[in-house]
Design a protein. Structure first.
Length: 264
């Protein structure tokens, strides 16, 4: 029990990067009591009650922090819990399979990096892309969802990401880590130019890695099917063995096929 990483008591200008925080109750990353202007980048927070918890204490909130390129997954309560903390920025994070994505109370925060950089990937959002432009009203895809992800009246991601058809698997190495010996790549979004979907930590050694053989994506009323084609080194073995000696990325490529239309 206890938070994974706690930042307390007017702690400012810290960099929290490339941490793997799993099974921490109640909070994965915990900022409280006037901790401002910290940079939280490229962390993987899995299976906490709240992935990121921002709270006011002693009449001081946590403001002006940046949360970028983090993956927040399988949070039993919510991925981000924020109360009386404002001017924090969240973009290019993956919000995947959380009971609730964001709880926000008395807070006004920024949930995207503007156009065309974009916001976050939300696994429960409507992933439809037929329009582009800052107003998402120009015909043509741009890799960003056409509709905003609305948290409440004062908090919204104007440009949610569609995710990635190439699944980048960022493999962190932990010498003493043994619980993840098999790695499954789950690809459930589309748009080749965007960021990694899956961050998994494994130990040094040989591991069995599987990419999903196929998945479906809805575009408006049309359905596309994506089928595994190859790994970035042209191997088509799936599953395959990888030998981990240091942090690494591996990418699975998929082919897109038109599948059908939904009757409206
Ligand atoms: Ca769009």
């Amino acid at each position: 029990m206890g938070s994974g990483i706690q930042v307390f008591g007017s702690s400012t200008l810290n960099n929290l990067t490339q941490n793997r925080v799993t099974n921490c109750m109640p909070y994965g990353l915990h900022l409280e009591e006037d901790s401002d202007s910290n940079y939280v980048y490229d962390n993987y927070v899995f299976n906490s009650s709240c992935g990121i918890y921002l709270n006011k204490a002693w009449n001081a909130g946590c403001d002006g922090n940046s949360f970028v390129n983090n993956t927040l997954s399988n949070s039993s309560l919510c991925a981000v819990w924020v109360a009386s903390c404002s001017n924090n920025t969240f973009h290019h994070n993956n919000f995947v399979n959380n009971t609730s994505q964001v709880y926000s109370n008395s807070s006004v925060n920024v949930w995207d990096d503007g156009y065309p950089s974009g916001g976050n990937y939300w696994s429960n959002h409507i992933l439809v892309d037929g329009y582009s432009g800052a107003g998402q009203n120009v015909t043509g895809k741009d890799g960003l969802c056409d509709t905003a992800f609305v948290i409440n009246a004062e908090n919204r991601d104007h440009y949610p990401l569609l995710g990635s058809a190439t699944a980048n698997l960022l493999v962190y190495t932990f010498v003493d880590e043994t619980e993840y010996t098999d790695v499954e790549i789950l690809v459930d979004a589309e748009s080749p130019q965007y960021f990694s979907m899956v961050n998994v930590s494994v130990g040094i050694g040989s591991h069995n890695v599987t990419a999903d053989h196929s998945f479906y994506r809805l575009y408006g009323i049309e359905i596309y099917k994506y089928t595994f084609s190859k790994w970035e080194d042209d191997s088509t073995s799936n599953p395959r063995q990888i030998n981990v000696q240091q942090n690494m990325n591996i990418t699975a490529y998929y082919t897109e096929k038109y599948w059908g239309s939904i009757q409206k």
